[in-house]
Write a protein that binds this ligand. Structure first.
Ligand code: NIG
Ligand code: FE
Length: 422
């Protein structure tokens, strides 16, 4: 799309500039030293442009091009030669919970292993919390994320584990995100410990019925100690039958059948992927029909890696290089939750992925933006191209490389969400 000038080519000096329509305020982000578009132009997945500008209208990107051809706009933000990136797409977060598990973290750092057993502690605290307390926690974490460049976040339930508590978790999540995920099958709650089949029946029946109106996705923790592959398959199939998209937590604590199940069901994403067999990598790679078809359909199962979890559980990191070299689409996300990964910071995850998982800085930035969008099967976020949502961050740095090169430094100078400075 070109704005002002003539359709089909960039605006040039001297072109008549189309006045902003009466109901529209246009905003130009100008003087961008390095613009990451993720448009894949010239074979560069990041689609980097130098000395660029972005025009925003109606909350969307209206034009991208050389700063010297930038059209006039009602308002202007001068990026001062800094880098501008699409907002992060955090495609895996558990934000609806109460309490924290700092003592459990301290015990782990003193040598205790992570088993997922603490999930039930958070379930107890979450059930006892008021709606307003849960809402305040989601709001606080969502605000933290926005300050660190995250403009899209998926939010899971999974700490309620009763019909009423899962439904209210998703109702609250839906106040903050379009991408809400029903994770009633996080673990079997204590009251069903000796009758897991009955719990699966509850999840597939009344719990799904109460949750589905507030959810876009269904997820299962398919792992030893949580749900076996038959239970996981049954639960995910019930979700698919009522129109929910599939995501799976798998192969976090050890090898297992979860990745293959995710591929078999055409899941949008399989998350963790820490312990993979060659067959798992082959399954992810061979079902990769293409990251995005011309009609906008994603057909691949994305491998979403969550390095915050390995950091906070002192576990070996997944081998991103092996997945990337096999041609698998990789996303990065925080897994923000009070147990295994209490970070809301995508820049931290990018730095970990580069330092510990053999990703290049460019691969990590792509995975944290376009990769997250692919994992959520969204084409409107994770890129800065005409028609995309105007979600972007201006760094206090000249290049995206600094996100990994300067770990722990608050490099996000300004965030625009839906074209609005936050
Ligand atoms: O993704 N693995 C399962 N669920 C979360 C951990 C939840 C918790 O420990 O509270 C995860 O790491
Ligand atoms: Fe998780």
């Amino acid at each position: 799309m070109s704005v002002g000038g003539f359709p089909g080519r960039p605006v040039r000096p001297g072109d008549p500039v189309r006045p902003a329509s009466r109901n529209t305020t246009s905003l130009l982000v100008d003087n961008i030293g390095e613009l990451v578009t993720n448009d894949g132009r010239g074979g560069d997945p990041l689609g980097v442009r130098r000395d660029a500008a972005v025009l925003i209208e109606d909350g969307q990107v209206a034009w991208v091009g050389p700063a010297r051809y930038a059209p006039a706009a009602d308002r202007r933000i001068d990026a001062g030669g800094a880098a501008v990136l699409p907002g992060f797409v955090d495609s895996h977060a558990h934000l609806v919970f109460a309490g924290d598990r700092a003592a459990e973290f301290a015990a782990r750092m003193a040598g205790e292993p992570y088993t997922g057993g603490g999930i039930r502690t958070t379930v107890g605290a979450t059930r006892a919390a008021s709606d307003d307390d849960l809402r305040a926690t989601v709001r606080r974490l969502r605000a933290e994320m926005l300050r660190q460049g995250t403009t899209t976040v998926e939010i899971k339930s999974g700490y309620g584990l009763s019909v009423a508590d899962e439904a209210r978790s998703l109702r609250i999540a839906a106040e903050f995100s379009e991408d809400t995920t029903f994770l009633g099958a996080h673990v079997v709650p204590a009251e069903y410990a000796d009758r897991p089949d009955d719990y699966v029946g509850l999840v597939c029946g009344p719990m799904l019925a109460a949750a589905a109106p507030h959810a876009r996705w269904i997820d299962v923790f398919c792992e030893r100690g949580a749900f076996d592959v038959d239970h996981a398959r049954a639960i995910l199939a019930c979700g698919q039958a009522v129109g929910l998209g599939v995501r799976v937590h798998a192969n976090q604590l050890g090898p297992g059948p979860g990745v293959q199940l995710a591929v078999e069901l055409g899941a949008a994403s399989v998350d963790h992927c820490t312990h993979l067999s060659d067959a798992d990598v082959d399954a992810l790679a061979s079902h990769r029909i293409g990251c995005m078809c011309p009609d906008g359909e994603h057909t691949t199962t994305v491998a979403t890696l969550l390095p915050g979890a390995e950091f906070s559980t002192r576990s070996p990191y997944p081998d991103a290089r092996r997945l990337l070299d096999a041609g698998v689409t990789v996303a990065l996300a925080t897994d923000c939750n009070p147990g295994s990964s209490y970070t809301s910071s995508m820049p931290f995850c990018v730095a970990l992925a580069v330092r510990e998982m053999r990703m290049t800085p460019a691969e990590a930035v792509w995975a944290a933006t376009a990769g997250g969008a692919a994992a959520l099967r969204r084409t409107d976020v994770g890129r800065l191209t005409p028609g995309a949502r105007a979600d972007l961050m201006i760094l206090d740095a000249p290049t995206h490389l600094h996100l990994a090169y300067r770990p722990g430094v608050p490099l996000i100078r300004q965030v625009l969400h839906n074209g609005v400075p936050r």
